[in-house]
Design a protein around this ligand. Structure first.
Ligand code: UD1
Length: 430
């Protein structure tokens, strides 16, 4: 298992290109199941979850090929036929987003068999809403031997209101509804930019999805979808992680290939903490080519934060923000409202000298405490990012174990950080 060896205390400076969003690329790959024609996706990040989704498509009998480009990879996916409707436990347990094949398989082939994901480090994370919604569209669903077994003679448009906002739940139902007979209305839908990006791709494929980015989605079903080409949006979570990295090391970096409009809540919170983020005047003007410049202050201020659905502060940036708050003057309260158990990184940060008290959904952080390098262990994707950030700001050497978590969603983070002047190297073990 690979580890990162970090020597802290270096100031980050320079430019970094942000990769395409993993959480937009995964549903886009699943959407390719909805047509027999090729779907081409550009700006797909080179991360492990993309490889896992490709393995899953391969299991289903779908062809995909990959071309390396200057930024990320270009994927060509062609789902001419279905060899098997089965998403096996071995793949779903590695990546919960595997559940995204459920809606498209059911809509196009009338059958799907997807392993239940089970628990994960950050909470129970059920898929009951995906199942209820598909049943509302007329699917017959049984849970047997740990699998969701779904069949249909043809989905029918319906009204479904989510009682909790779910990102992949919204995406699954939106994809299923594109090939249903009649109109589907999804209420209390997720408004995340990744959901909007998927709607854009589906419409290019001939679907009729309206209302993306709002709480109500209207999808008029069509008989058939066709192939399309699409460029994946920039990863707002990777961008936020680099903003925090500059802030924590009193650095000054420029993020290229970002979409500033997707980072409003993060940038506003960082401003409260004294971090200056501005649009880079040397930017190209085209939105996906926009740049942001961030300058870390000498003194960071404590600022409370509460995570929320988009456009709120992302839960996927909560761990990184906690690392930042350990370096701010004063006390802050971090409230997690999306996942019930998403504070595992607090214990590891405390091993590096942070003063954090977790009480239910709240973490009380008292700053500023000097961090000292230590051996720490990553528990999930974003938690591992927070430990890398802490390592960059710590005095001495930090060894982050289980970096396979970080490889799931960050494209070679150590190479990008090294180019910015950080001292971080990967130790590969057989
Ligand atoms: C997606 C993101 C993940 C992010 C999360 C919240 C992808 C691939 N992953 O995950 O990075 O952290 O959104 O922004 O896009 N819930 C239910 N029943 C369901 C579905 C969800 O109770 O059927 C609950 C969950 O337990 C959680 C909340 O709803 O408490 C939000 O989860 P959801 O938006 O579904 O997260 P994911 O789509 O899995």
């Amino acid at each position: 298992m690979d580890k990162f060896h970090i020597v802290g205390g270096k100031t980050l400076e320079g430019r970094v290109a942000i990769s395409g969003a993993k959480n937009a690329a995964l549903p886009a790959m699943a959407a390719a199941l909805l047509t027999s024609e090729p779907v081409e996706l550009a700006n797909v990040p080179r991360v492990r979850d993309i490889g896992t989704m490709r393995s899953l498509l391969d299991e289903l009998g779908v062809d995909s090929s990959i071309a390396h480009e200057e930024y990320g990879i270009r994927l060509r996916i062609e789902a001419r036929q279905l060899l098997s409707p089965l998403a096996p436990y071995e793949l779903v347990k590695q990546m919960r987003a595997s559940v995204l094949v459920l809606g498209p398989l059911l809509a196009r082939f009338g059958r799907a068999q997807v392993s239940l994901p089970g628990g994960c480090a950050i909470g129970a994370r059920p898929i009951n809403l995906h199942i209820q919604g598909l049943e509302r569209l007329g699917a017959q669903i049984r849970i047997e031997h740990g699998y969701v077994k779904a069949t249909t003679d043809g989905l029918k448009g319906a009204l479904f209101a989510f009682d909790t906002v779910s990102v992949t739940g919204t995406e699954n139902l939106m994809m299923a509804a594109t090939l249903a007979e009649g109109e589907t209305v999804l209420e209390n839908a997720a408004r995340e930019p990744e959901v909007t990006d998927l709607a854009r791709l589906l419409n290019k494929m001939g679907a009729s999805v309206e209302g993306a980015g709002t709480e109500t989605l209207r999808i008029r079903g069509v008989a058939k979808l066709h192939g399309a080409s699409h460029t994946i949006i920039p990863d707002r979570i990777e961008a936020a992680t680099f903003l925090v990295a500059a802030a924590m090391t009193h650095g000054c970096i420029t993020l290229e290939r970002v979409e500033p409009g997707h980072l409003t809540a993060v940038v506003a919170k960082l401003a409260e903490a004294g971090v200056n983020v501005t649009a880079d005047s040397s930017g190209q003007g085209k939105s996906e080519q926009a740049s942001l410049q961030v300058t870390g202050p000498t003194t960071l201020r404590a600022a409370d934060v509460t995570t929320g659905e988009y456009p709120g502060f992302p839960t996927d940036v909560q761990a990184q923000y906690m690392a930042l708050m350990t370096q701010a003057e004063g006390s802050s309260v971090i409230t997690e409202t999306i996942f019930e158990n998403r504070f595992l990184h607090a214990l590891e940060l405390m091993r590096m000298g942070a003063d954090i008290r977790v009480e239910g959904r709240h973490a009380h952080v008292r700053g500023r405490t000097p961090l000292s390098g230590a051996k720490v262990q990553a528990s999930d994707l974003r938690a591992s990012a927070s430990l890398v950030l802490a390592g960059l700001a710590a005095e001495g050497e930090t060894l982050v174990d289980r970096v396979y978590h970080i490889d799931r969603g960050y494209e070679r983070i150590e190479e990008k950080l090294t180019r910015l002047g950080a001292s971080i190297r990967r130790i590969s073990e057989a």
